[in-house]
Write a protein that binds this ligand. Structure first.
Ligand SMILES: *Cc1c(COP(=O)(O)O)cnc(C)c1O
Length: 241
């Protein structure tokens, strides 16, 4: 068996395992498995690995770095899969992101939201976004703090070319998913509270309905706390170099 075939088999079975784990976590708390979107995080993975994942049934990919994503997304455009941007986005890179990504998970300032709105308008696009919240209050992490989130949701909801789909967080890393759980609960609670405030927005289309939380080490806990999107890299592609 040559190496290419071996890698393919590995990705294939890994994806099957991850999908099973998502399904079981959903069923364990009475949720519909299809209500959870698997975002396969393909950062640092070359296009041929991504196409193996596409062959194995993955239809949504997450990328962190604009420079890397530009080439990859363009090379794989014929497959018609959905791309999500999950990394820190600089204002001057927004013009490369908006044409390529269906959802931007990492909006954490009004300035960034405004630039996304401006670039989306040029393309006559409604750009779906999530507001990234720094639930761990870590100085080193991106994300708006919990107190500022509602104000940012309000501001973005008023921008005509944005759709605010919900919230995203990367809690402090813990090996034990139970240690991450309070942060997932906090994000879910915040989404709930903001959604209840009846913010006026441009369209009712899935406004504030999504919660992007949970990675390889803790996605089952995230699902039982209400995640609608899990971002999984290592469990699908293996350890990154
Ligand atoms: C890398 C990354 C992931 C995936 O992490 P894994 O532990 O490999 O599953 C998810 N979300 C973000 C924002 C990331 O940067």
């Amino acid at each position: 068996m040559n190496n290419a075939v071996k890698t393919e088999k590995t990705i294939d079975s890994r994806i099957r395992v991850v999908k099973d784990r998502i399904k079981n976590a959903a069923l364990s708390c009475g949720r519909e498995p299809s209500s959870i979107t698997l975002v396969a995080v393909s950062k640092t993975m070359p296009a041929h690995r991504v196409s193996q994942a596409i062959d194995a049934g993955i239809s949504t990919f997450g990328e962190n770095y604009i420079q890397e994503a530009r080439a990859k997304v363009d090379e794989l455009s014929r497959f018609g899969v959905s791309w999500h941007f999950i990394g820190h986005l600089q204002t001057n890179k927004v013009k490369y992101a908006v044409p390529r990504f269906d959802l931007i998970h990492s909006v954490d300032s009004e300035k960034l939201a405004r630039e996304i709105d401006r670039q989306a308008k040029k393309l006559d696009k409604r750009q779906a976004i999530l507001i990234q919240v720094n639930v761990g209050k870590e100085a080193s992490k991106s994300g708006i703090d919990e107190n500022g989130a509602e104000k940012l949701v309000r501001a973005a909801a008023a921008m005509p070319n944005l759709i605010v789909r919900g919230l995203m967080a990367i809690p402090p890393f813990f090996d034990d998913p139970e240690t991450a759980r309070p942060y997932f609960k906090a994000l879910a609670g915040l989404r709930e509270r903001i959604a209840r405030t009846k913010i006026s927005h441009q369209s009712g289309e899935k406004f504030m309905a999504d919660l992007s939380m949970g990675m390889t080490g803790d996605f089952e806990a995230a699902i039982t706390e209400g995640a609608t999107m899990v971002r999984i890299g290592t469990a699908i592609f293996g350890q990154r170099k």
